[in-house]
Design a protein around this ligand. Structure first.
Ligand code: HEC
Length: 115
């Protein structure tokens, strides 16, 4: 197998990259950037089971308000939304998220606001 030894480093690099990506955030401890893009990804991970998180999607399985509806409530602020995401709600069925993630999701929700 003359090809295999040369192919191995590439394989290990790939496995290492996958392992690092797959590590729990607490181990990697990279703060999430406070951008709508990062917030959308997190919402797709943690909130989409209950909330409709994009304006175009159809209704979810709970009566959770859509993120677009939340964004368009009068007087809503990023701090307020971030605080909600940092606490459990809906009978604690959803995870509480760390502040950096909550801030990013708040930024995403507010990006859905119709101006
Ligand atoms: C298990 C289902 C469920 C999950 C998961 C969930 N939510 Fe909710 N959420 C609800 C329901 C139901 C409501 C409306 C009733 C309430 O406020 O408890 C709600 C309300 C909200 C509100 C409005 C609260 C207010 O002040 O009226 C915000 C903001 C919100 N959710 C954000 C999020 C974010 C961000 C995530 C992801 C981290 C998330 N939710 C995940 C079910 C869920």
């Amino acid at each position: 197998m003359p090809l295999l030894p040369r192919a191995m480093p590439a394989v290990w690099t790939m496995l290492t990259v996958l392992a690092v990506i797959g590590l729990p955030r607490s181990v990697v401890a990279q703060p999430v950037p406070n951008t709508a893009e990062a917030g959308k990804k997190l919402a797709e991970q943690y909130c989409v089971t209950c909330h409709v998180i994009t304006p175009s999607a159809t209704k979810g399985w709970t009566d959770a308000p859509t993120f677009a509806a939340i964004a368009n409530r009068p007087g809503v602020t990023a701090a307020q939304l971030s605080a909600v995401a940092q606490k459990p709600h809906m009978n604690m069925l959803n995870d509480r998220r760390p502040k950096d993630e909550a801030d990013a999701m708040a930024t995403y929700i507010l990006s859905l606001r119709r101006h």
